[in-house]
Ligand binder design. Sequence first.
Ligand code: UD1
Ligand code: UDP
Length: 364
Amino acid sequence: AEIVHIVGARPNFVKAAPVVAALEARGLRQSVVHTGQHYDDRMSAVFFRELGLPRPDVDLGVGSGSHAEQTAALMTGLEREFIERSPGLVVVYGDVNSTLAAGMVAAKLHIPVAHVEAGLRSFDWSMPEEVNRRLTDQLADVCFATSPEAVGHLAAEGVAVDRVHLVGNPMIDTLLARLDRFDTAALRERLDLPGSYVAATLHRPANVDDPETVARLVARLHEVADQIDVVMPVHPRGRASLDAAGLAEHPRMHLLEPLGYIDFVALVRGATAVVTDSGGVQEETTMLGVPCLTLRPNTERPITITHGSNRLVTDSELPGLVSKILAGAGTDTAALAAVPPMWDGGAGERIATVLADWTSGVPA
Ligand code: UD1
Ligand code: UDP
């Protein structure tokens, strides 16, 4: 039976690429369904071009909307698609609305679901992603975890241990496979960027949706820019609110369109530090050993703090921490220069091994 991968948003593409490649190498029948949750070239097509993902077999073109509107459109489109394709297994990635919608539709059609990046928990139900993660894990027949604590969360929530596989991190597979392509010097020249800089990204609703919060964050980013240039590829979600708060109005703020994957990781690799609220960027900075200041009160990826270069910060701490980093004093993170277990480039292979057993009718 066919394996159908559901992808829709930027981080999904980065996670799916190594899984699709590993299954392809085994000659398994598969297809990729793009929900169209993200649709700008810079949020979607560029990743297919750069990551060797096959062109989606179908793009449902769901687009943007409120949570209910988007989820309803996702479910309607996916149901039609699943009935037509009758897949033997549906693979979903991460914690976006496309992930949960596909899980719900598949479960009700009695199609088995595999969840890649299961078990992450921020324990913050105000995040839409936490809702998506928790529910998807309950629906999934197979849960692929990226870290030991994720396995623990699944066990604590009553997910049967034989459904859980610790496989490492496919987003890190994608990174490690392209290390020789992240050329910071070439990027700097092409985009006319300063020699040293802080790279920043923001897109969480808690940071970019409320104008008062945005105004505060912009003031703090300007205090950072007083010390060092700040390069910020702006996610479409924050574009209007950050513009309205005058983010560009500092001579050392460099605002860019969202970057393709290769350019973005090259930017991060060459940064003095990264300021972010992204999930994936916390992991990529850990792998690259770049100090990461995460503008959030919590993280579903604590291994990036215990093993990596990540630190949770409030906006008021931000300028002071950047000056400490510039003074060579580090970030006070428990940076062990240790890599989280199994973040070794082999996650896609491990996932493919389990899925190959599944589709041959032998649940692993
Ligand atoms: C989504 C995910 C979030 C993930 C992020 C990755 C949910 C609930 N959220 O957030 O977990 O971290 O993707 O980037 O699934 N827009 C465009 N062009 C696009 C896509 C979006 O302009 O190609 C704009 C639209 O105005 C849209 C807004 O961005 O309303 C938000 O898009 P949406 O997909 O709803 O959520 P994200 O904030 O991107
Ligand atoms: N990314 C990118 N271009 C950018 C910003 C991010 O290619 O301008 C990549 C980043 O390297 C990571 C992924 O997008 O692989 C993370 O996606 P995002 O931050 O949108 O979502 P999250 O991880 O928070 O769900």
